[in-house]
Design a protein around this ligand. Structure first.
Ligand code: SF4
Ligand code: ZN
Length: 294
């Protein structure tokens, strides 16, 4: 199997390219995605939601290479044996690259752990983890005044989200699933952008291996519990891309829910108490109950 451009041995099958042309294609795809969807402006200060995994590490590296000012914003969910390792990798990478890094700890922000809340609420840890991580990133991005928050969501993540939202009939979430959310579209949030939506998980994994990023390819121990995990479908790269692009092109008849503000944290929310504060409140309630009835 040889590269369709130079006839050197190919490292990737779809598209069939050699190492040099494949890495160039990945970077060019990111540049084109940013231009096509007007994701970023050259003089912006961009926070990258970083975890030390392959996606966000590649994103930090490519955005920096394309000339953007990037800083890494990481959330430590306190998952033992997993997040400690990926954060070590992230520290190594950001030090090597001279990228500023800020780590926000769930335990400090909410005074408890996702495992405690999951047990008390009898839910899987991913539910509270996702809500809190998102909220802490939004809070930090607003507080630090970044122009945009870039996430490493790739084509596979986006197709899974599409199917999950369809399966749960979450029409307003589905209608908002676009390359840009927040910013102008929803007052009060920092603009969130996804420069990797036209690259598959395999492309990013291969890119990060070829670039020898200091990444351990481990998965969170709770990974297989989530609904998302069951939404992996065996489609080719072109088929997934077609599905996502058709979704973006569609005109949605659904209306945006009007946003109010959470009466506890003050951030925009569709409910009077946002999901992040509701989980924190449930934990506080649980603690006091335990103290009353030891
Ligand atoms: Fe959090 Fe679930 Fe992802 Fe683990 S798999 S990091 S618990 S959302
Ligand atoms: Zn080539």
């Amino acid at each position: 199997m040889t590269c369709i451009i130079c006839q050197e041995p190919a490292v990737s099958a779809e598209p069939r390219l050699c190492q040099a042309h494949f890495t160039q294609w990945v970077e060019e795809t990111v540049r084109e995605t940013i231009t096509a969807y007007e994701l970023l402006k050259p003089d912006w200060r961009i926070a990258v939601a970083a975890s030390g995994g392959k996606d966000s590490t590649s994103l930090l590296s490519i955005l920096k290479k394309l000339g953007y000012h990037v800083e890494a914003l990481a959330i430590d969910e306190g998952i033992p044996g997993y997040r400690d390792q990926t954060l070590e990798d992230l520290k190594t990478f950001t030090q090597q690259e001279g990228i500023p890094l800020r780590i926000i700890r769930v335990a400090e922000a909410y005074g408890t752990t996702i495992q405690h809340v999951a047990e008390a609420q009898r839910i899987i840890p991913c539910r509270v983890c996702g809500v809190w991580r998102r909220r802490l990133l939004e809070r930090a991005a607003l507080g630090e005044g970044y122009d945009a928050l870039a996430t490493g969501h790739n084509l596979d993540d986006e197709v899974q989200s599409l199917l999950m939202n369809l399966a749960k009939a979450q029409l307003s979430v589905l209608a908002r699933q676009q390359p840009i959310t927040g910013g102008d579209a929803r007052e009060g949030f920092t603009r969130r952008v996804k420069p990797f939506i036209l690259l598959s998980e395999k492309h990013i994994a291969l890119y990060s291996i070829l670039k020898r990023f200091p990444v351990h390819y481990t998965e969170c121990p709770y990974h297989s519990l989530g609904f998302r995990h069951r939404m992996r479908i065996p489609l080719s790269y072109q088929e997934k891309k077609r599905l996502l692009l058709s979704h973006y092109r569609m005109q949605y008849a659904t209306r945006e829910e009007p946003l109010t503000r959470c009466r506890i944290c003050g951030l925009p929310s569709s409910r009077s108490v946002c999901a992040a504060c509701a989980y924190a409140k449930s934990y506080a309630g649980n603690t006091s109950q335990n103290e009353d009835n030891p």
